[in-house]
Ligand binder design. Structure first.
Ligand SMILES: O=C(O)CCC(=O)C(=O)O
Ligand SMILES: [Fe+2]
Length: 294
């Protein structure tokens, strides 16, 4: 099935079911709970979950789940989204320290563990979890607050790009099918980098893993420089990712959760500016979550 404009409103009945368990604001992100069997078995939640799964796995590859009624109740919003997300998939930790949720916001500081999550920068189209032992299949970004300017989400479907690469850039396609040393960013003492292709096949679908910065630093760390030709091919790939015709963009509203299939969709965002005078209220905040298929 397809979902009109990618937006899935959540019914009052499903919202009520999803609110049956709350995640306390101060619960450490390592301790966010697994799926609640009672909530997952609720018929309205099951219907929503099945539609999302079908869309993410076989359809558009993404959807926006909208819970307008909870916009002014951020704590309930996050609880309901978490309960829905873990009905869809089994939650996965995002770092070696085990966080099952991560707050994406502009910390105004140099990024440490991640390339741009803690900044207001845009671009840098990528997939999440390239340094993890298992690539998360589902990624969710819950929009709790949105920025004043910019911050639009960007998604790129590798299935569409693959056709373009096959037809017009076969040498780039070949380069993407080779393996690269992705930096693990010091996450795992025993694994400095992961050697994996950017593009491969899984279950008859293209499977993409990409974050240019981590490929660059991974190769630097190992003292294995990329060849000129490879650099040129990756530059061409980056230029294609930047082209409007391959991008779906949408500025999430508070109360929306963007969910996507992280094995076929690359993502990023436009640069943004928060309303700094307005203290917390209008500062962009996305809660990021990862899961595998059950
Ligand atoms: O801020 C966003 O919309 C996306 C952030 C992101 O891609 C990430 O944290 O991995
Ligand atoms: Fe990301």
């Amino acid at each position: 099935m397809t979902i009109a404009d990618g937006i899935v409103p959540v019914s009052t009945a499903a919202t009520a079911a999803l609110l049956k368990r709350s995640i306390p604001d101060d619960l450490p992100p390592q301790m966010w709970p697994d799926r609640d069997p009672g909530i997952a078995a609720d018929p309205d939640v099951r219907d929503l979950r099945d539609r999302l799964d079908e869309t993410l796995t076989h359809g558009d590859g993404y959807a926006i789940v909208r819970m307008e009624s909870l916009v002014d109740r951020p704590s309930d919003l996050v609880s309901a989204f978490w309960n829905l997300f873990v009905s869809l998939g089994q939650p996965l930790p995002q770092y070696s320290t085990g966080e099952r949720s991560f707050q994406v916001r502009d910390e105004g500081a140099a990024p440490t563990r991640n390339h741009y999550s803690a900044t207001n920068r845009g671009g840098g189209y990528h997939t999440d979890g390239t340094f993890l032992p298992e690539t998360p299949f589902y990624v969710g970004l819950m929009c709790v607050r949105q920025s004043l300017y910019g911050g639009d989400s960007v998604l790129i479907d590798i299935r569409k790009l693959h056709r373009e690469l096959q037809q017009n850039y076969p040498h780039v396609l070949q380069a993407l099918e080779r393996s690269y040393h992705f930096d693990c960013c010091g996450q795992f003492p025993e694994v400095q980098t992961r050697h994996q292709p950017i593009l491969s096949q899984r279950d008859g679908q293209p499977f993409v893993r990409y974050l240019r910065g981590y490929i660059n630093t991974g190769h630097e760390k190992l003292g294995i420089p990329l060849e000129e030709e490879t650099i040129a091919a990756l530059d061409t790939f980056d230029a294609l990712l930047d082209r409007d015709e391959f991008q779906w963009t949408y500025k999430l509203h508070p109360g929306d959760m963007l969910v996507f299939n992280n094995t076929i969709m690359l993502h990023g965002r436009k640069a943004f500016a928060d309303d700094k005078d307005n203290k917390m209220r209008s500062r962009r905040l996305m809660v990021r979550v990862y899961a595998r298929q059950y």
